[in-house]
Write a protein that binds this ligand. Structure first.
Ligand code: FES
Length: 129
């Protein structure tokens, strides 16, 4: 865990998140305590599978192998209580409370890396290097 900065109400922390995909080496992300995994990926040029980003489609489904987290509001039609108890999470609604290890059932080929992210009109996608 690394210290990020201080606010009036306390400290914001940044956690290490390890992402694993089918048939690929793990990818490391840094995720602040006030952001979700999909947003953290975008901030660092990584486009993970997602769609609605509101917890209603299930496109961002992952499995929490290790760590503490909070799930923001989501649809129970997408993630049942039983699935959640088993460890399934919606990464667009997931905020870390510790370092995390997440597993995705899709191939690393579906992960895109964003280039030229500073200018949204100049975003290009390329395959994994
Ligand atoms: S992107 Fe739709 S539930 Fe996460």
């Amino acid at each position: 865990m690394s210290h990020l900065n201080q606010s009036g109400n306390g400290r914001l922390h940044e956690y290490q998140v390890q992402l694993t995909f089918f048939g690929a080496e793990p990818i490391q992300l840094r995720c602040r305590e006030d952001e979700d995994i999909i947003s953290a990926g975008l901030r660092q040029g990584l486009l993970l599978a997602s769609d609605c980003r509101q917890g209603i489609c299930g496109a961002c489904l992952g499995f929490l192998e290790e760590g503490q987290s909070t799930l923001l509001k989501y649809s129970p039609y997408v993630l049942s209580d039983r699935d959640k108890e088993d460890g399934w999470v919606l990464t667009c609604r997931l905020r870390p409370k510790s370092d995390l290890r997440l597993d995705f059932e899709y191939s690393a080929d579906r992960v895109a890396y964003l280039e030229h992210w500073q200018n949204a009109s100049d975003v290009t996608l390329r395959g994994k290097p």
